[in-house]
Design a protein around this ligand. Structure first.
Ligand code: FMN
Length: 225
């Protein structure tokens, strides 16, 4: 059972951009971006109803997650909700937004760019099973988000903390992000499963992670049956 989450046009664009840039750059981390539709903030289910629906799901329908739904999910994860200050939908210790959201689909891996509300291509191919250490449903689900802390962001902020504190604060932030995603997803009829069971080496290699990047949490999503 195969699922596609992005429309064929966006997926083709992501693949093409990644392929072109992979030929130009080594490693294959690229600057190619695909814009997401803007989030529709005036729409949606009341938060109390979304909370009433939240639960862990590990089996999904064959339906796709649409670009509009993906836009809502990623905006809930780490979107800019106060453009005047650059503030995000989720809190961050000392205001340092050091947790990045990798987006893993059947077509490839990309990195969410909160400021441009876009996806930056990272790798082409189906790497969904690298995000799990053995849960088969992850390889069939249309979308997995991987929350990764980045010590370089702490260093650049000038507010560096001891490494264990950074990972602790980043983990708390990732939990907040995942719960926002769970609620936004529940409001769209999309189920979620947060997961600590991740093949760290396999995903680190697939996503070209560098020293100082720490895989914190994964979250698999799919349309509810
Ligand atoms: C930090 C954390 C790690 C988790 N890791 C996994 C996991 O690796 N695989 C999985 O299937 N569920 C995982 N879960 C989901 C829990 O199993 C689930 O939340 C729990 O059974 C309660 O069910 P509910 O979310 O439907 O209330 C994790 C939850 C948390 C908070």
């Amino acid at each position: 059972m195969k699922h596609d989450f992005v429309s064929s046009r966006i997926r083709l664009a992501l693949s093409g951009l990644c392929l072109a840039s992979c030929m130009l750059f080594t490693p294959a981390v690229t600057r190619a971006e695909v814009s997401l539709p803007p989030p529709q903030i005036g729409e949606g289910m009341p938060v109390m109803q979304a909370l009433a629906k939240r639960h862990t799901s590990r089996s999904f329908a064959e339906a796709e997650i649409t670009p509009a739904q993906l836009s809502h999910i990623l905006w809930a994860a780490d979107g800019v909700n106060r453009p005047e200050s650059g503030g995000r939908t989720n809190p961050a210790a000392l205001g340092v937004h050091s947790v990045e959201v990798y987006v893993v689909t059947a077509g490839g891996i990309s990195l969410y760019q909160p400021n441009s509300h876009a996806l930056q291509a990272v790798a082409e191919g189906d790497f969904r099973l690298t995000t799990t250490s053995g849960q088969g449903f992850v390889g069939e689900a249309p979308l997995t988000l991987v929350y990764v802390g980045n010590s370089a962001t702490w260093e650049e902020s000038g507010r560096s903390l001891p490494a264990e504190k950074q990972v602790l604060f980043d983990s708390v932030a990732a939990g907040a992000m995942a719960q926002s995603v769970a609620l936004a997803a529940a409001a769209e009829g999309i189920g979620t499963c947060v997961r600590a069971s991740i093949d760290q080496d396999a995903f680190g290699a697939a996503a070209h992670l560098q020293d100082g990047q720490t895989i914190l949490l994964a979250q698999t999503l799919g349309v509810l049956p």
